[in-house]
Design a binder for this molecule. Structure first.
Ligand SMILES: NC(=O)c1ccc[n+]([C@@H]2O[C@H](COP(=O)([O-])OP(=O)(O)OC[C@H]3O[C@@H](n4cnc5c(N)ncnc54)[C@H](OP(=O)(O)O)[C@@H]3O)[C@@H](O)[C@H]2O)c1
Length: 262
C-alpha cells in the first residue's frame, strides 16, 4: 500500500498507538486527519504535529460519525485510508452489579460498533478512490480471551472476524483490508486499571507502529509482530492452557478490586 501522498483518517489519534501512527505516517509523507473525544488532547496533538487536521468525534455516537463523514469528505475528497484505532479496555468482574446495562457495553460501542459504523459510513467514499485501504486495529487478545477483560476480549475477537469477512467481501474492489494486531503495548490504555501492568512485558508503541507500517508498505494483510504469530499458533495448539494462564490475572484483579470497594 502506498502511503506517500495518501490521506489518512485515524480514529483515536491523540494517544498511544494512534499518536505514533500520526508521527510515523507523517514521516512517510501522508496527509493526516485525527479524531478523538477530548478537545485538549486534540489541540495538544495539533501543537505537536501542526500539519495535521483534527476533528472532535466519538466513534460510539452514530451522529458524530455522520457529521465527521460530511466534514472530512467535503474538506478532504482524496481521503483514501481509514484506520479504526479508537478503543478502550477495562478490567471487569462480570459479577459486579454496580455496572449498569449501558456501562457494561462501553467497549462494544467503541471498539466493535464504532469500527463497523465507521466502515459502513466511509466505504462508499473509499470505493471511489484510485486506491484505498481500511485498517482495523484488533489485538492478540482476539485469539486468546483475557478473562480479566471479558467484554474487551469479545470486541477484539469480533473485530478480527469482521475484518476477515470485510476483506473477502471487498476483494473485487480497490479497497484493501488490513488488520493491525498489537500485543501488549505501553500506552494510556491501562492508565485507569487498579492492577498495574509491567512495562517491561510490553512493546513500545514506536516499535509496534514501525513493524505495522513496514508490513503495510509490503501489502501484508496482518500488521503484527512475530510474537502475535506465536500466540496465534499457541491458541490453536493449546487454547485452554493459554486462557488459564491469563486467568491468573483475574484472580489478582478480583482481590484488588474487592479491597478497593471496601
Ligand atoms: N495498548 C495495548 O496494549 C493494545 C494492545 C492491543 C490492541 N490495542 C488497541 O490499540 C488501539 C489504540 O489503543 P492505545 O493502546 O493506543 O490506547 P490509548 O493510548 O488509550 O489511546 C486511545 C485513543 O482512542 C481515543 N478514543 C477512546 N475512545 C474513543 C471514542 N469513543 N471515540 C473516539 N476516540 C476514542 C482516545 O482519545 P479520547 O479519550 O480523547 O477520545 C485515544 O486517542 C485500541 O483499539 C486498542 O484496543 C492496544
Amino acid at each position: 500500500m502506498q502511503l506517500k501522498n495518501s490521506t489518512v483518517l485515524i480514529t483515536g489519534g491523540t494517544s498511544g498507538i494512534g499518536l505514533e501512527l500520526v508521527k510515523q505516517l507523517t514521516e512517510q509523507g501522508a496527509r493526516i486527519i485525527v479524531t478523538g473525544r477530548n478537545i485538549n488532547a486534540l489541540s495538544e496533538t495539533k501543537r505537536k504535529f501542526p500539519g495535521i487536521h483534527t476533528f472532535q468525534s466519538d466513534v460510539s455516537h452514530p451522529q458524530d460519525i455522520e457529521q465527521l463523514y460530511k466534514d472530512v469528505t467535503s474538506r478532504f475528497p482524496d481521503l483514501n485510508i481509514l484506520i479504526n484505532n479508537a478503543g478502550l479496555m477495562r478490567l471487569i468482574d462480570l459479577q459486579d452489579t454496580t455496572l449498569d446495562l449501558e456501562n457494561i457495553n462501553r467497549e462494544i460501542a467503541t471498539n466493535l460498533s464504532g469500527t463497523i459504523r465507521m466502515v459502513h459510513q466511509f466505504l462508499p467514499h473509499l470505493k471511489n478512490q484510485k486506491s484505498a485501504a481500511i485498517i482495523n486495529v484488533s489485538s492478540g487478545i482476539a485469539f486468546m480471551p483475557y478473562t480479566v477483560a471479558p467484554v474487551y476480549s469479545a470486541t477484539k475477537a469480533g473485530v478480527h472476524a469482521y475484518t476477515q469477512a470485510l476483506r473477502l467481501q471487498l476483494e473485487d474492489t480497490v479497497v484493501k483490508v488490513f488488520e493491525m494486531i498489537p500485543p501488549g503495548v505501553n500506552t494510556n490504555l491501562q492508565n485507569d486499571w487498579v492492577m498495574p501492568v509491567n512495562p517491561k512485558q510490553m512493546m513500545d508503541a514506536d516499535k509496534m507502529v514501525r513493524i505495522a507500517i513496514k508490513r503495510l508498505l509490503n501489502d501484508k494483510k496482518e500488521l503484527r509482530p512475530f510474537l502475535i504469530g506465536v500466540i496465534k499458533m499457541a491458541s490453536r495448539i493449546m487454547p485452554n492452557a493459554l486462557i488459564r494462564f491469563g486467568h491468573r490475572e483475574f484472580k489478582k484483579f478480583k482481590t484488588l478490586h474487592t479491597n478497593n470497594q471496601k
